[in-house]
Write a protein that binds this ligand. Structure first.
Ligand code: FAD
Length: 392
């Protein structure tokens, strides 16, 4: 049995940030990271962006080794006994801990009955596989118009690949963007050479003679490879099995403790209360993984910090880019303030006159100003928001 003062389950960005957070306060305590991944922690955002634009492959690695943590890779933790403060992995190895962090992230949603070989894009190995297929000139069907689908479709098209996107809705990013922007993005993708199949629900996928046929209504798409971006399910199995409180993710308090105070959770898997929004949220983005991971690490080492950060996120779609803060949810009332329509401007998301989220579309360095606006109680009338933040 190995004992660590600090044990982290999961080997993603949150785990790495936590190990660094622990070291900010405790230079000596032993840190163990048990990760199902075969690789050391790496940044995921470049897998659909920078690495396709010439960033060095080695630029993705986090510097986890600098923390002195012992990284136990390729091991999935299968049971957690909070009473005994003990974990066991799939190789039968057991570990004891002083405090524990669950940074288990999420698993991509899969298509029921789909053949082997469909890529549910999330990992470095997925990137390497798709890159290799792209180098061989493959054609691609991309299923889903959310973050992963829209980014990987753009990345592949920028390599000159033949890409068809199959999207159930009538736009790209319909959960996030106002309807007119989501629909305009479809035309923008078409101009860039992506074939768009909209309003089609996937029925089945067949794999024959090395090619895939995707059936959706009367549509039949044939491609060498299929990539699905259908979102993730938080990986709560371990927490649930251990009797921790789980809702949409693992519930944590303001100091990121679960229902067992010596067990923390952070990153994509954690459900936390955000004071600026006045509600519990779960966030699947980089800034949250980094900031929350670091706070969890410091708290494991006794800092007692509150996590009251309102995370931002970002994405790149061909030559467009954006940052967004708060509840960027297309179901809310939206007020757009364009400097140039759909090219540069700010979209405000309102609920009962309060700004809940801000989309900064090709507008930079305004994330903190957007956070301050969300913290204001208002109420705001739509016309009061025009010009509130610089539009470019
Ligand atoms: C391709 C891609 C592009 C992205 N681009 C952006 C972007 O542009 N902007 C942005 O803000 N965000 C982006 N994100 C989101 C961001 O990368 C995630 O929010 C972040 O990676 C979450 O980190 P995490 O460590 O919480 O979870 P994960 O990255 O899911 O890591 C969890 C780790 O835990 C391991 N694990 C799970 N269960 C166990 C277990 N029982 N035992 C051992 N190990 C286990 C998993 O194998 C995994 O390695 C992107 C994500 C992806 C996949």
């Amino acid at each position: 049995m190995t004992r660590f003062d600090y044990l982290i389950v999961g080997g993603g960005m949150t785990a790495d940030a936590a190990a660094h957070g622990i070291r900010e306060r405790d230079g000596k305590g032993s840190i163990g990271i048990v990760s199902a991944d075969q690789h050391s922690p790496y940044n995921r955002p470049p897998l659909t962006k920078g690495l396709w634009k010439g960033d060095e492959p080695d630029s993705i690695w986090r510097k986890t080794e600098e923390t002195g943590a012992e990284l136990l890779r390729g091991r999935r933790v299968t049971s957690l006994d909070p009473g005994a403060r003990k974990l066991t992995d799939d190789a039968g190895t057991s570990y004891e801990y002083g405090s524990l962090l669950l940074a288990t992230g999420g698993q991509p949603r899969r298509l029921e009955g789909a053949p082997e070989g469909v890529v549910y894009f999330r990992t470095l190995d997925d990137y390497r596989r798709v890159h290799d297929l792209s180098d061989r000139g493959s054609t691609f069907a991309v299923i889903g118009g959310g973050f992963i689908g829209s980014e990987i479709a753009a990345a592949l098209r920028m390599q000159g690949r033949d890409v068809t996107m199959l999207v159930r809705e009538q736009g790209i990013g319909t959960k996030v963007f106002p309807g007119d922007l989501a629909r305009w993005l479809v035309e923008y993708y078409r101009e860039k050479g992506v074939t768009m199949a909209l309003g089609k629900s996937l029925e089945r996928i067949e794999h024959r003679d090395g090619r895939y046929t995707v059936y959706a209504g009367k549509e039949q798409l044939v491609a060498d490879a299929v990539i699905a971006g259908l979102g993730i399910e938080p990986d709560v199995a371990l927490a649930r099995g251990a009797g921790l409180t789980v809702s949409d993710g693992i519930d944590v308090d303001e100091q990121l403790r679960t229902s067992r105070p010596e067990i923390y959770a952070a990153g994509d898997v954690a459900n936390f209360f955000n004071p600026a929004l006045g509600q519990r949220i779960r966030v699947e983005h980089e800034d949250n993984a980094n900031t929350m991971g670091a706070v969890a690490g410091r708290n494991m080492a006794g800092a007692g910090e509150r996590y009251d950060h309102l995370p931002f996120f970002y994405s790149d779609l061909f030559d467009l880019g954006y940052e967004a803060v708060g509840q960027v949810d297309a179901r809310l009332q939206t007020v757009a303030d364009w400097k140039e329509q759909f090219r540069e401007g700010v979209v405000y998301y309102l609920e009962a006159g309060r700004v809940r989220g801000v989309l900064l579309w090709n507008v930079w360095n305004q994330v903190d100003a957007a956070r301050a606006l969300i913290a204001e109680k208002g109420p705001f009338r739509p016309e009061q928001l025009k010009g509130r933040l610089p539009t470019g």
